[in-house]
Design a protein. Structure first.
Length: 108
């Protein structure tokens, strides 16, 4: 299993609006990165979003509905900084790994 974390829980205060939803060539910025990651050898990609990321989460679900390897993790403590998002993402990867290895289909 090769997991990737895309940290998207920042508040974009210096940018002035949610920079991840800012469009570049007609496509949201985050979408360009996720498309590249989805095409990579990652087996799982978790997008860590903040507690107020409903718009971003809906857009991810709509744009990447067919992409099974992309999941969203909520960091309810995102205001405390970047490391809280890293920890939330790593916890989610560990939980997924534990479920996978306990699965009766593992190794088939």
């Amino acid at each position: 299993m090769i997991a990737g974390l895309y940290l998207a829980a920042g508040s974009s205060t210096r940018f002035g609006s949610d920079k991840l939803l800012h469009e570049v060539a007609g496509v949201p910025l985050y979408s360009l990165a996720l498309s590249q990651a989805a095409a990579s050898r990652l087996t799982e990609l978790l997008v860590v979003v903040g507690q107020d990321a409903d718009d971003l989460e809906r857009d991810i679900a709509r744009r990447f509905a067919e992409e099974a390897k992309i999941g969203v993790v909520r960091n309810e403590n995102a205001v405390s900084g970047l490391m809280s998002s890293v920890k939330a993402g790593l916890r989610a990867v560990a939980e997924h790994r534990d479920r996978l290895f306990k699965s009766p289909d593992y190794g088939r």
